[in-house]
Design a protein around this ligand. Structure first.
Ligand SMILES: *Cc1c(COP(=O)(O)O)cnc(C)c1O
Length: 388
């Protein structure tokens, strides 16, 4: 079969490969400790489920507007004004099938063949693939532990060419958990404005922060950067709604109208009754976020402590999300080799950093119970001590 050229440029997800292997080992009855989860391990809060069930019973089972239920767009705009100091109205918002779909829609709307999109590494593995699928060229900006896994404004400045359309910013970050400070964002915003490019801010982990760190949206730092910012966010991580597939994109109305046209010809509206669950998530009590956060915060400290006891292992102390990005450079192994051996010898599953553009790292997710964390870290220690 002759396939379109664009499919030859995409790589199958490395994260899925290791997860699938871990799953099949579990199915065989093997005691696997998995740190591969890219989603909270809690159920969706009851009041959110109840709202969707009620909507279903009320007959919210038909096609809706492609841009989303007006009530939800309104609630999202209000959330963006109140939580993020972004002066959006409902007409600046489109509801999408998840944050991933928001970003994919955006790339289709903005990127042409030859256009460059700047992506700091380590990056969420889908960013470069989306740019490539849209016909554009991902330009990867490397960072490391010394730079706190953050890009410097000078680095951005140097990477911008006449073909640069967009910078992808993800704070708090998957996979590093790193959060940019307001000062760092200001410096980046200045470059974005001066060079007149756009920035998409993926804020999906905004509610999962530690040690008193606060979320600041780059778009809130002045009128000029606001005009050049697009916000991508969703309900998956904050409200443990990954399977619901609801996200949103916010930006200039002229852009949102175009994205709505793309969506109207591809997926149409997001599942109608699911959107009523999302309305309840925004308008109901936010206590559920605090409860999940408490668990994450405790697990994070336990995992950091146990990792610190493994000689030669260092990672940036993450200020957000639910991942720890660990440098395995001292072992001399590539991340894929490391993860395969770890799974085989100690039945511990981790995601190779190669998937995120950092082959000397692995990603450990602590969206799992404390017992698994304690057992898994002991096995990891054993694995490393046998190697060194
Ligand atoms: C999980 C995630 C998303 C969005 O996920 P959806 O389930 O599509 O809403 C976006 N960006 C990053 C970095 C993520 O980890």
């Amino acid at each position: 079969m002759k396939l379109a050229a664009r499919v030859h440029q995409i790589t199958p997800s490395l994260t899925l490969q290791i997860s699938a292997q871990a799953k099949s080992m579990k199915a065989e009855g093997i005691d696997v400790c998995s740190f591969t989860a890219g989603e909270p391990d809690f159920d969706t809060p009851e009041h959110i489920k109840a709202a969707a069930i009620e909507a279903l019973q009320m007959g919210k089972t038909k096609y809706g507007p492609a841009a989303g239920e007006p009530l939800l767009r309104e609630a999202i705009a209000k959330k963006l004004r109140q939580d993020n100091q972004l002066s959006y109205e409902a007409s600046n918002v489109i509801v999408t099938n998840g944050g991933k779909h928001s970003l994919f829609n955006l790339m289709l709307a903005l990127v042409e063949p030859g256009d460059e999109v700047i992506i700091p590494a380590p990056y969420w593995l889908s960013y470069p693939e989306m740019v490539t699928l849209a016909g554009g060229t991902p330009v990867i900006l490397p960072t490391n532990a010394q730079s706190g896994y953050k890009i410097a404004p000078e680095q951005l400045q140097e990477a911008i060419t006449s073909r640069t359309r967009l910078l992808v910013l993800n704070s708090p970050s998957n996979p590093t958990g790193v959060v940019y400070t307001p000062e760092e964002l200001k410096a980046i915003a200045q470059v974005v404005v001066e060079r007149d490019i756009l920035v998409v801010s993926d804020e999906i982990y905004e509610k999962i922060l530690y040690d008193g760190v606060e979320q600041v949206s780059i778009g809130s730092l002045g009128a000029e950067i606001f005009a050049r910012t697009i916000i991508s966010n969703g309900f998956a991580k904050a409200y443990s709604m990954t399977g619901w597939r609801i996200g949103y994109l916010a930006g200039a109305k002229e852009l949102i109208d175009v994205v709505t046209a793309i969506q109207s010809h591809s997926t149409s509206n997001v599942c109608t009754f699911a959107q009523y669950g999302a309305i309840a998530a925004l308008e109901g009590s936010q206590e559920c976020i605090a409860k999940m956060h408490q668990s994450f915060a405790q697990r994070r400290l336990v995992m950091l402590d146990l990792l610190a006891a493994i000689p030669g292992f260092t990672g940036a102390k993450p200020n957000g999300a639910f991942y720890i990005f660990v440098n395995i450079g001292t072992t001399g192994l590539g991340s894929l080799e490391f993860c395969q051996a770890l799974l085989k010898q100690q039945q511990v599953a981790a995601i190779p950093g190669l998937a995120f553009g950092a082959d000397d790292h692995i990603r450990l997710s602590y969206a799992t119970d404390l017992l698994t964390i304690e057992k898994g870290m002991a096995r990891l220690k054993e694995f490393v001590s046998q190697m060194l």
